[in-house]
Design a protein around this ligand. Structure first.
Ligand code: 9WN
Length: 433
């Protein structure tokens, strides 16, 4: 049998289209924002030109206002719903004229991805030259967020759709669905033709997803109107942690490049304010970790999920807060029958270890937690996250998500969603280095 690394490389090469990667054949046949970034980290270990091209293609789809869309529809393909003709990015006056896309975004990983690529590179000079040629686009993207997605000027940006979070059907959003009553739309799902419906969101959940987009489309994806009217408006700790981590990387990279004093100053200002608000507003002392905040209904969404621990990756908590978080992670997510780290609180009645973001383990979150835990010196638990990640993939294959219950892992059938999934392969390569 081939070594795990070789298998991972094969998955990535098979999902490479020539100028970007798809996350998974049939299920996700286009380019996705945060997938692209995480995939580039994997490629950087064995094929730097592909890693660079991946990011270049993503940034080529940037809008004139700095926005980067969550899906770029490079080709026609009806194996995914909703596609380009539903999303209609052309409604926005500043949308890319070259590529059709969605009118929503995803966690901004590109900044820290560039730094990871630089660290991995064994040709630092060439790598820095490449980074210098693309970094301003990433800066422009961050500027877009702070200018357009922070209506109360807190240093925390909002997401207006659950698909922007990347954690699509988390039970956290259930509270928001209760505030809405969307029409019963008629449409043909494609995801459930590729994956068992028990592992995917429900039809009613999709009605909510589509409805938020319909509202945004009625206003041509205007940020002002979305901030005013979208029934979904959330400050997400994972999303904001990605932005903060990426800010930090941009500072490091601009310093290496030289010059760019104004940008470095601005990035530092964003950092200071964002980290302060993040800790004041999103840390829940009683729960002992970070939570989401519903900006539309002005209320905290008091649930624990793997996103609650992601700020470790961006050096946001103090050591004291981090200690609390580790305790909660071990007590609630780290029982002896659980693989780390379930995407939702295994002690909650809403936990569902088979259903997408309602409980299964995801490799991208594990990769972030592994790195975050190590940064803070929690090396034992970091090692556990790493070994769990390797076991999950070794025992089941390169799936999209995995059952977090150890007892389910007896027959190699506890991997769910899409198989040969790109970021599971990419981040495993990085973990094994
Ligand atoms: C919607 C591509 C994406 C990931 C998301 C994951 C899933 C899409 C879907 O797949 O979402 O964006 O149709 O279910 O939740 O994190 O980026 O891999």
């Amino acid at each position: 049998m081939k070594k795990l690394q070789e298998q991972a490389i094969e998955v990535l090469n098979n999902n490479w289209t020539g100028s970007f990667s798809i996350p998974c054949a049939n299920l996700y046949p286009f380019q996705w924002f945060w997938d692209s970034g995480l995939i580039a980290i994997g490629f950087a270990h064995f094929d730097m030109p592909k890693a660079e091209k991946e990011i270049e293609t993503l940034l080529d789809a940037q809008w004139e206002n700095g926005f980067i869309p969550h899906i770029i529809f490079h080709t026609e393909n009806d194996s995914y719903f909703p596609g380009a003709s539903f999303h209609r990015s052309d409604l926005h006056p500043l949308a890319s004229k070259k590529y059709k896309s969605t009118g929503m975004t995803q966690p901004p990983v590109t900044g820290f991805v560039l730094e990871e690529m630089y660290k991995i590179s064994n040709q630092k000079e060439a790598s820095l030259k490449y980074i210098a040629s693309v970094i301003d686009k990433v800066y422009f993207n961050h500027e877009y967020f702070y200018k357009n997605r922070d209506p109360q000027n807190e240093g925390l940006v909002y997401i207006y759709h659950n698909w922007e979070s990347g954690t699509d059907n988390s039970p956290i959003w259930d509270d928001i669905w209760e505030t809405m009553n969307p029409p019963e739309y008629t449409f043909e799902r494609r995801d459930t033709t590729h994956v068992d419906a028990a592992q995917r969101p429900s039809k009613r959940e999709y009605d909510h997803y589509l409805h938020i987009i319909e509202i945004a489309k009625e206003h041509n994806y205007s940020d002002e109107k979305i901030a005013e009217l979208s029934p979904f408006l959330v400050q997400d700790p994972l999303f904001n942690a990605m932005l903060i981590k990426s800010n930090e990387s941009l500072i490091t990279l601009y310093k290496l490049i030289g010059g760019n004093i104004d940008k470095i100053e601005q990035l530092k200002k964003w950092q200071e304010k964002s980290k302060e608000s993040f800790n004041n507003k999103l840390f829940d002392d009683e729960l002992g970790a970070y939570i989401h905040y519903d900006l539309r209904n002005e209320k905290p969404l008091r649930y624990l999920s793997s996103s609650s621990f992601s700020p470790l990756f961006a050096n946001i908590p103090t050591k004291e807060k981090a200690d609390k978080m580790i305790k909660v992670m071990i007590e609630k997510f780290g029982g002896e029958h659980q693989y780390l780290c379930a995407s939702f609180d295994p002690t909650s009645a809403l936990f569902n270890p088979k259903k997408y973001w309602r409980g299964p383990v995801w490799i991208n979150l594990n990769w972030m937690l592994f790195n975050g835990l190590n940064n803070y010196g929690y090396t034992d638990i970091a090692e556990r996250v790493k070994q769990d990640t390797i076991s999950l993939i070794k025992n089941n294959g390169f799936y999209e998500y995995f059952d977090s219950r150890k007892e389910m892992h007896t027959n190699g059938k506890a991997g769910y969603g899409g198989n040969n999934f790109s970021w599971s392969a990419a981040l495993l390569i990085d973990l094994l280095e």
